[in-house]
Write a protein that binds this ligand. Structure first.
Ligand code: CMP
Length: 164
């Protein structure tokens, strides 16, 4: 866990992308392990080599930025792992677990602090708002692809991992 947790609040979904740099470096398992330890449920997941049209569409809000072309090239260079994650306050909690976009500014213990090598090779993407999360989840997944996981333990976030 990293810093302040936000355990209370609505159950939310968010999109995490394990980017090509992390896939290439064999970090899929490590990143998923951290996410699950933090209380997220993986409710959909697939490995995809993005097409140029997908990467351009997904990151279209950055189309006027100087780094857009390089970002699209990088995101289409190799496969990514796309994950829909669910928990209470999923969006803010995942952003906190992932850390700042620039790894030099990412808090100690965050995924980007520990693994990212540069802003453009920052290992993971995490939706930044409820509106983005909805758009991003449905950019890659149909609603019917999202599984429902029965929550048998009500106080799942306060229980030690070994007892889950
Ligand atoms: P991500 O969270 O996927 O959202 C947009 C991505 O653009 C970001 O992570 C970085 O990988 C990339 N990005 C953002 N700012 C810069 C920048 N200044 N230079 C290069 N890449 C950037």
């Amino acid at each position: 866990m990293t810093g302040q947790q936000h355990p209370k609040g609505p159950l939310e979904r968010t999109l995490m992308i394990i980017k090509p740099d992390a896939v290439e470096r064999g970090l899929i398992g490590e990143i998923l392990h951290r996410v699950e330890l933090d209380g997220f449920q993986i409710i959909a997941m697939k490995m995809v080599k993005m097409t140029e049209s997908q990467a351009k569409g997904f990151y279209r809000m950055h189309r006027k930025k100087t780094f857009y072309k390089a970002l699209v090239k990088f995101m289409t260079s190799d496969p990514s792992v796309l994950c829909v994650l669910e928990r209470e306050q999923a969006i803010i909690n995942l952003r906190q677990l992932v850390g700042s976009t620039n790894p030099d500014k990412a808090a100690f213990g965050t995924i980007r602090h520990d693994y990212a090598t540069a802003t453009r090779f920052n290992c993971v993407h995490a939706s930044d708002s409820p509106e983005s999360a909805k758009r991003e989840v449905h950019f890659f997944f149909r609603e019917s692809a999202l599984v429902r996981i029965r929550r048998r333990i009500k106080k799942i976030y306060s229980m030690p991992f070994a007892k889950r």
